[in-house]
Write a protein that binds this ligand. Structure first.
Ligand code: 5AD
Ligand code: SF4
Length: 459
């Protein structure tokens, strides 16, 4: 069998694609790069907003057309598969295999079956399953929990991925050991809300460390860099910041989604924290990690959001001074409380606010990135950049970085890089040689972007 997998959505989905792909390989399948060569196409779906759902609908339409021309098995997995909305789509577009996020290990059974196969249960076996490490990669994801116990009113994830289940520390450390043996240097611990690790359904699990202690454990394993995503502010403890500060391998990067800067909106979102409580977490992080790189998620145009509420989000952005942010227009998702109870704001209001927020984000990212100019960063180089002669990678703070080839870095690895130039979205630098001596100047890549970030340069 020749299988082609398409992935939408978050890093959790990327991990799940890798998991299912390795199952397919163990069943004897070849993984191919395009739909044309494939006799099995599997789409890993996302349901968090309307756009990825529309995308899946259009791909399924194309695949159904293909099925009239040649034999083809079509599968759909992930969050959308778990929802009535996705199942209706699956019926309409004659999908053969449907696997919810808890039934991924049914892939073999599904392909053996001669009829349509739908797996929609949350199965325990998934938590103990250890997928083989990614081949030839310096970076790996490692799922430490599945599901979510929060009930943010806009969010479909608790429905699609179910309640929180933490993986046992033994399974996590075994998977990590295998990744290390395969040459992985950076591991990203994944979960919907990693700070709540070891406390499922409000109950502390015997023998499970707290998330802060898990960071300490993983940090001692010999891995060069540890990152994690994502965190719910309500479960963020100062001990996590302390563990980050005292564990050198844990990168000083925190993604702490705030969603809104207005208490009134936060309450309607059922986020379970106030603006002030959120800012006190940021203060804890900055106290323990003065050079922390901070990222967030923000939803604009939540139902009932007034101009004043939105101003609160803009002012919170200034108070934190985020390095980067993922910004989303509120998307009503059938099955969520906010879809049922609140009226959506007009499209123009939402898009206009998003534009203003993007301006703010760009200003801050330019300023924060420019502040790194002249500094030395540890860059994990993945491989070739788009422009010839350059390599691309990212810093411990997750800044995408481009470095020149041929001067000390000619392949993937972790290098010390002096940053010579920064734009809001990218840093440019040159690798420092053995012993730290300076190497030749990196050619100026983008003079326009340089001019843009220059006036904001911090002392
Ligand atoms: N509309 C817009 N954005 C959403 N997110 C989650 N649900 C919605 C929705 N209904 C965003 C949140 C979350 C990120 C993964 O997606 O900001 O942190
Ligand atoms: Fe959704 Fe909230 Fe869970 Fe994140 S923490 S997945 S926003 S319910």
């Amino acid at each position: 069998m020749k299988a082609h997998l398409i992935t939408y959505g978050c890093q959790m989905n990327e991990y799940d694609t890798h998991l299912v792909q390795s199952q397919l390989v163990s069943l004897g399948a070849d993984i191919v790069d395009g739909v044309d060569e494939a006799d099995f196409v599997l789409i890993n779906t996302c349901a968090v907003r309307g756009k990825p759902v529309d995308k899946v609908r259009s791909v399924l339409g194309e695949l159904r057309k293909l099925k009239t021309q040649r034999p083809l098995v079509v599968g759909m997995m992930g969050c959308l598969a778990q929802l009535e909305e996705g199942q209706q789509m699956a019926r309409k577009f004659e999908v053969d295999v449907l696997l919810g996020p808890g039934s991924l290990l049914d892939i073999g059974k599904a392909l053996e079956s001669n009829e349509r196969f739908w797996g929609l249960q949350f199965k325990d076996e998934l938590h103990g399953h250890i997928p083989p490490p990614p081949a030839g990669k310096l970076q790996a994801h490692l799922t430490i929990m599945r599901g979510c116990d929060h009930h943010c009113t806009y969010c479909i994830v608790p429905t699609t991925r179910g309640p929180q289940v933490s993986r046992s520390p033994d399974d996590i450390l075994r998977e990590l050991d295998m990744q290390l043996a395969a040459g992985v240097q950076e591991v990203t611990l994944l979960g919907q809300n990693v700070n709540a690790y070891g406390v499922d359904g409000g109950a502390k699990l015997a023998g499970y460390p707290s998330f802060a202690d898990l960071l300490r454990l993983v940090g001692r394993s010999g891995v060069s860099r540890v990152k994690f995503t994502t965190s719910h502010p309500m479960n963020f403890t100062e001990d996590v910041a302390a563990a980050m500060a005292e564990t050198p391998a844990v990168c000083e990067f925190v993604h702490l989604p705030v969603q809104s800067g207005s208490d009134r909106v936060l309450r309607r979102m059922a986020r379970e924290y106030t603006r002030e409580q959120y800012l006190s977490h940021i203060a804890d992080i900055r106290r323990h990690l003065p050079h922390a790189v901070l990222a967030t998620d923000i939803i604009v145009g939540f139902p009932g959001e007034t101009e004043e509420d939105f101003q609160d989000t803009l002012s919170l952005y200034d108070e934190v001074g985020y390095d980067s942010a993922y910004m989303f227009i509120y998307s009503p998702r059938p099955g969520t409380p906010s879809y049922k109870h609140f009226a959506d704001l007009p499209r123009e209001v939402k898009t206009e606010r998003l534009q203003r927020l993007i301006v703010k984000q760009k200003e801050w990212s330019a300023r924060r990135n420019a502040a790194h100019v002249g500094s030395i960063q540890e860059v994990l180089i993945r491989g070739d950049a788009h422009s010839e002669g350059f390599l691309e990678g990212h810093t411990r703070g997750n800044h995408p970085t481009v470095v020149s080839r041929a001067i000390g870095a000619d392949g993937p690895g972790v290098y010390r890089v002096r940053i010579g130039h920064a734009t809001p979205h990218m840093m440019y630098g040159r690798v420092l040689g053995e012993g730290g001596q300076e190497l030749p100047e990196l050619p100026r890549l983008n003079p326009e972007a340089a001019a843009m970030s220059a006036p904001l340069q911090m002392a």
